[in-house]
Design a protein around this ligand. Structure first.
Ligand code: NAD
Length: 500
């Protein structure tokens, strides 16, 4: 059955409530869209949209439905998929226990910016909009990791800074700024800008980037946003692979649902967010969101997650791809790899992490190994490898820098960075080529080629690595050795050196 509003009750009765749940709440013009979400990809549809769905389904919330927004030309596919099925879609939860399908209805409408940029600005500026949330990937923030400043010279930002383009911006900050200007003129509060991207201090970075952008346009608006606007920091977690054609077929065969773009994910989900909203918020705590008062608490959760989960993803991704694996669980089935990941977490990352009352880091690491080993979600290595220039400097390099500072071990972390440097050549250990998806690909590949077996060329990219590491002899020696070993022997033969 084609997924749409008309077929919902039939879909539920065909598959049975034990296997499929469908929304029974009101949708469409009767509900208010209190959240505008930029970047409706897999993760948003498996995470925030599911929390909002639970609020609508179980707690009668009617004023925080979501209006999805796509800014990129490639979002046309999401526009068409959602439109064709009344913005409904299926979240398929998979684990060793089996599969479960949850039809989600919290996305009430969708705006595709290239079709109508003004409509997006007007929607964000609308009095019913209280929150603008983001999953725009790390590169969507135009954040310089080294200076912590906005990449104001970037052509996209330059385009949006030109007053002539104010009504037709391209970047997230161009839209947020234009909408904030209107809200200020209308005497409204700013909306809360809620980042759900994987970045340490994601809220603070969003505040900093938006106010920097605004300052270059109109310092008064920048001050208004900075004083009145709220940007909660958050830790978000749910492993969500890219949907494959096989997922669609399996959904049709197992559940009888024809969905042009379902989402596959794991049962686990977590969201820890700072209670910092300037224009109201839904009662997220009712659906299991951890709302915390203290900014430092969020930062501690974020640090645990980014350094352990995302850091381990990098440890699985770049060496795994060089070794010729395709999926995360395949890498974890190799006992040497799973030991490597465990030992990196336990011996090199854990000693650098803060204690959080009530949280056991050992239990967290054990759960991660189980989640990475889940063979049913088929998480692809190219997905966890993409946009590495936004990942390695956040998930791996800070642990190395801190380990150097406290004279702790960092050999395994260096192996991961060395594997990424090798990966940049785009050829695996068997000589097969693969594509590299990274906004800095050209520069990175040119430096990787120029550097050969030395890390120095790559490490000279200041926006990624800063100055300090390049002059640390112990670090240079360790990473160079790992690069030489991987180049000479390949990952699988080198790995035993890094596993006790
Ligand atoms: P995806 O490829 O399915 O979707 C990416 C979305 O980001 C698309 O809607 C795209 O339009 C938007 N986007 C990309 N670049 C943009 C830009 N410059 N400006 C505005 N929008 C832009 O990816 P996903 O799996 O949904 O992941 C998105 C982000 O979610 C990740 O980068 C990460 O920060 C966060 N996240 C993902 C997972 C996961 O397991 N997939 C887990 C935790 C957090």
């Amino acid at each position: 059955l084609k997924l749409n509003s008309k077929n919902l009750s039939q879909i539920a009765s065909v598959a049975g409530a034990a296997k499929v749940r469908v929304p029974t709440y009101q949708r469409g013009p009767a509900v208010k869209e209190g959240i505008v979400h930029v970047g409706v990809g897999g993760f948003h549809r498996a995470h925030l949209a599911v929390y909002v769905h639970e609020l609508m389904q179980k707690h009668g919330v009617t004023d925080y439905a979501i209006c999805g927004v796509g800014l990129q030309p490639f979002d046309a596919g999401m526009r068409d998929a959602l439109r064709s099925q009344d913005h409904l879609y299926t979240v398929i939860e998979r684990s060793a226990k089996g599969s479960f399908a949850n039809v989600v209805g919290s996305i009430n409408s969708y705006l595709f910016a290239p079709d109508d940029r003004e409509a997006v600005i007007a929607k964000m500026a609308h009095p019913d909009t209280h929150i603008v949330s983001l999953t725009i990937t790390e590169s969507g923030y135009y954040y310089n990791e080294n200076t912590h400043e906005l990449q104001s010279e970037h052509p996209d930002i330059q385009y949006d800074l030109n007053p002539a383009n104010e009504k037709a911006p391209k970047t997230t900050f161009g839209f947020l700024y234009a909408a904030m200007v209107r809200r200020r003129q209308q005497g409204l509060n700013p909306f809360t800008v809620m980042s759900c991207d994987n970045m340490l201090k994601n809220g603070a970075i969003t505040r900093n980037m938006l106010t920097s952008f605004a300052r270059l346009r109109d310092p008064e608006v920048a001050d208004w946003i900075n004083t009145k606007g709220h940007f909660p920091n958050a830790m978000v977690d749910r492993i969500t692979p890219q949907t494959s054609p096989a997922d669609k077929t399996a959904l049709a065969e197992e559940f009888g649902i024809e969905d042009s773009w379902p989402v596959v994910t794991e049962p686990f989900m977590q969201w820890v967010i700072e209670d910092h909203f300037c224009d109201g918020r839904p009662p997220f705590e009712k659906v299991g969101v951890q709302i915390v008062k203290n900014v430092q608490n969020v930062e501690q959760f974020e640090k645990h997650k980014l350094r352990l989960l995302n850091g381990s993803h990098s440890a699985i991704g770049y060496p795994g791809q060089l070794a010729g694996y395709k999926y995360v669980h395949e890498v974890m089935q190799d006992p040497l790899f799973s030991k490597f990941v465990w030992q990196m977490m336990q011996e090199e990352v854990k000693p650098l992490l803060p204690d959080i009352p009530g949280v056991s880091i050992d239990d967290y690491c054990k759960t991660l190994i189980e989640r990475f080993s889940n063979p049913t979600i088929m998480d692809q290595l190219p997905r966890i490898c993409l946009n590495a220039s936004g990942k390695i400097p956040q998930f791996i390099m800070p642990s190395i820098a801190e380990a150097i500072w406290v004279t702790g071990p960092f050999r395994r972390l260096c192996f991961v960075a060395a594997a990424w440097f090798r990966y940049l050549h785009g050829v695996d250990d068997k000589g097969n080529t693969f594509a590299i998806d990274d906004p800095m690909r050209e520069e990175l590949q040119a430096k990787a080629r120029a550097g050969g077996l030395s890390p120095k060329e790559l490490l000279s990219i200041k926006s990624l690595f800063g100055d300090d590491l390049r002059s640390d002899e112990r670090f240079l020696k360790t990473i160079t050795e790992a690069m030489e070993d991987i180049a000479r022997d390949g990952v699988l033969k080198t790995l035993p050196k890094y596993v006790d």
